[in-house]
Ligand binder design. Structure first.
Ligand SMILES: Nc1ncnc2c1ncn2[C@@H]1O[C@H](COP(=O)(O)OP(=O)(O)OP(=O)(O)O)[C@@H](O)[C@H]1O
Ligand SMILES: [Mg+2]
Length: 413
């Protein structure tokens, strides 16, 4: 079926990418530049045109809140809803005109990644959303998934924020990239850099937030869409590991919670603490935006059961509400220097994060010391994107302050 896109609905900067047949296509840049939305729009058009797309993220459970919603929104706003059958339970969208499909999964669902095939024809496209989350080896494996006969050239499309220049994606694809340019194209590769200025669908508030950014790192990466240079990262003592088996026997469990609502997520963590070996295992996480305490309570109940959960004490009202709804919520004591003390205490441990805890892995990767105006590192942590890390500090407060209290006491003697 011949599809004529509704060009008005597509941000101008992306229009020439609609028919781009290059093998590898990279859409990178600042936050809210319309990358994901455009690719979702294109996936919808492509599906009606006979392509089958696999939409991927590193961890399956992060898809529902991101690329899944974007594709569904693109279908709805394009007026094509009548041509699609949408199954959220199967994470599968089928075009009823031609039987072509959009499939969704995470790289952590190894079996599914290997076995997923469209009902009709072969996979012609893979879209890797937030591609900086994935490892190079996984990318290489994915390339091999694009095989079999099709009238459409096979493509891999990636979207991401350029979080740091040492990333394998930079080494692999940006050899000819000129800083300051907006695009690069050769026979097999196209790269397009966009920022919020390219997205005419943003609200005044969205724009203001990005323009008012003062932190040099965040401004470079998220406002201006440039490859970031990480400053002095706070934690280097962590790694991620598949803890599926380990979880069965973990028994020294702690829970922590950092409140959030609209712009900040509410973050909850489940940890195992191995005091003898000074190891902290991060077993599970919840990150949710827009939840009232009433909506949060049942999710929390399932996560923590009857265990205590140590919460940010800046919200006594929320703690009280959660208690009234049957959650054993307690407030962290905090106290002077608690942030610095908590960070130093965590730095003295080995931190092992389950591979499925993608949000925490992202936080640990980027959490850094603030810089002064000359670029020198200050002993003050950035106050952003550390929701899960704060929750970890709260969860283990009883352990960390026990030792702290002793030291203070001894000093006082
Ligand atoms: N063509 C469009 N029509 C309507 N809304 C759009 C369009 N393009 C983008 N938007 C809206 O603009 C906002 C930001 O777009 P989007 O999420 O695609 O940005 P992004 O570049 O993927 O950002 P990030 O780097 O943060 O993931 C979203 O709320 C999205 O719905
Ligand atoms: Mg996006």
């Amino acid at each position: 079926m011949e599809i004529e896109p509704n060009w008005e609905r597509i941000n101008k900067v992306y229009r020439k990418c609609v028919g781009d047949q290059r093998r590898v296509q990279i859409f990178f840049g600042g936050a809210s530049s319309g990358k994901s939305f455009f690719i979702a729009q294109r996936v919808v058009l492509d599906t009606m045109d006979g392509r089958n797309t696999l939409v991927l993220r590193n961890v399956a459970r992060t898809i529902r809140g991101s690329s899944w919603n974007e594709v569904v929104k693109a279908i709805t706003t394009s007026g094509a809803l009548k041509y699609f059958a949408i199954s959220k339970t199967e994470m599968l969208i089928t075009c009823t005109l031609n039987g072509c499909q959009i499939l969704f999964t995470g790289l952590d669902d190894v079996e599914k990644v290997k076995s997923l095939t469209p009902a009709k024809g072969v996979l012609t496209d893979i879209w890797i959303e937030e591609a900086t989350e994935i490892a190079r080896d996984d990318y290489k494996q994915l390339e091999k998934r694009l095989r079999g006969e099709s009238r459409h050239p096979k493509r891999i499309t990636m979207s991401f924020n350029p979080i740091f220049r040492e990333h394998w994606l930079f080494k692999e694809f940006f050899g000819h990239w000129v800083d300051g340019s907006k695009e690069y194209r050769d026979e097999g590769l196209s790269i397009l850099k966009t920022t919020y200025r390219d997205n005419r669908f943003l609200t005044e508030d969205d724009i203001k937030a990005l323009e008012d950014e003062t932190d040099p790192y965040y401004k470079a990466v998220y406002s201006d869409g440039n490859w970031g240079v990480l400053g002095d990262v706070i934690f280097r003592n962590w790694r991620s590991e598949d803890l599926t088996e380990f979880k069965q026997t973990a028994d020294h469990i702690y829970y922590g919670l950092d409140f959030g609502f609209s712009s900040d997520p509410c973050a909850v963590v489940k940890l195992h603490y191995d005091k003898a070996h000074k190891r902290i295992y991060v077993l599970d996480e919840i990150y949710e935006r827009g939840l009232t305490n009433t909506a949060l309570a049942p999710i929390l109940k399932e996560f923590v059961g009857n265990h205590y959960v140590t919460c940010d004490s800046a919200e006594p009202k929320s703690i009280k509400e959660l208690q009234n709804m049957g959650i054993r919520a307690i407030g962290a004591k905090k106290g002077p220097d608690s942030i610095m003390h908590g960070i130093q205490w965590l730095q003295g441990h080995e931190i092992i994060i389950d591979t499925k805890c993608q949000h925490l892995r992202n936080e640990f990767q980027l959490y850094q010391w603030k810089k002064d105006k000359n670029g020198a590192s200050m002993r003050v942590p950035e106050d952003r994107n550390q929701h899960g890390i704060d929750a970890i500090r709260y969860a283990l407060e009883s352990e960390s302050t026990a030792r702290y209290a002793t030291t203070v006491q001894l000093k006082g003697l």
